[in-house]
Design a binder for this molecule. Structure first.
Ligand SMILES: Nc1ncnc2c1ncn2[C@@H]1O[C@H](COP(=O)(O)OP(=O)(O)OP(=O)(O)O)[C@@H](O)[C@H]1O
Ligand SMILES: [Mg+2]
Length: 226
């Protein structure tokens, strides 16, 4: 069981005029099996929030605590491990390596601890089967459709069985029906893996597929339908 606690989170960016307060006392707690969609206008701080939770950015005040450990206080080695093991990121523009095959792309997170083991390869193939890409493992990203690339990115995010899946507009580039399939897949894998799933989306419809929703506006997170 993993517990994610976001406590009194504040993020202020310096700017030539007034400092820009993007997050202002954001607080919530999620545990394994929880999933939530975060909605909010462009520039409201959704990516900033995900990046802070994922250990890619530092808060100005407050903290993110995962299983009793404060992310912003982790020494560098532990932070790398946290990013690699505990967190699975799905980016909007998927960040796949163009020169690598689909299978190699999924295995990239395993390279942090040496070369991938047979177990990793088996799990990668199982995940690719799960996301409907069994017949595409030797393709390169340039030979895939947008939805297929996004599904590779999902498989890659799950390869280390992370406790926390952070997806930043994972369906942003997709048509509605492909987007819906990708969101459905995230939910199914979330249920199988019993992780914490946080999905940032602009689409009310996709937020509905995820279930529980909250809205980030003026630095504050407002929970809906809870
Ligand atoms: N490094 C930075 N320095 C200064 N301001 C920044 C920086 N990064 C982000 N911002 C500002 O913080 C605000 C929030 O950015 P963020 O990327 O979190 O928004 P978002 O909700 O993800 O928006 P979108 O829906 O467009 O992706 C924006 O107004 C942006 O200009
Ligand atoms: Mg964003």
């Amino acid at each position: 069981m993993t517990v994610l606690a976001v406590q009194g989170l504040k993020k202020v960016y310096p700017s030539p005029g007034q400092p820009l307060c993007v997050l202002n006392n954001v607080e919530f707690e999620l545990r394994s099996g929880d999933r939530v969609a975060i909605l909010g206008p462009s520039g409201s701080g959704k990516s900033t929030l995900l990046n802070i939770i994922g250990g890619l950015d530092q808060p100005t005040e407050g903290r993110v605590v995962v299983d009793g450990q404060v992310v912003s206080e982790m020494p560098e080695r532990e932070l790398s491990r946290y990013r690699n093991r505990t967190v699975g990121f799905v980016f909007q523009d998927h960040h796949l390596l163009p020169q690598c095959t689909v299978l190699e792309n999924v295995l990239v997170p395993c390279l942090a601890s040496g070369s991938p083991q047979q177990d990793d390869v088996n799990w990668a193939l199982a995940l690719l089967d799960r996301v409907g890409l069994k017949d595409r493992v030797w393709h390169r990203p340039g030979e895939l459709s947008g939805g297929e690339r996004q599904r590779v990115a999902i498989a890659r995010a799950l390869i280390r069985r992370p406790a926390l899946i952070l997806a930043d507009e994972p369906t942003g580039n997709l048509d509605r029906s492909t987007g819906e399939q990708v969101a459905q897949l995230l939910v199914e894998l979330h249920q199988e893996q019993n992780n914490i799933l946080i999905v940032v989306t602009h689409s009310e419809h996709l937020a509905g597929v995820i279930g529980k929703q909250c809205r980030l506006e003026n630095g504050q997170l407002r929970w809906e339908n809870v």
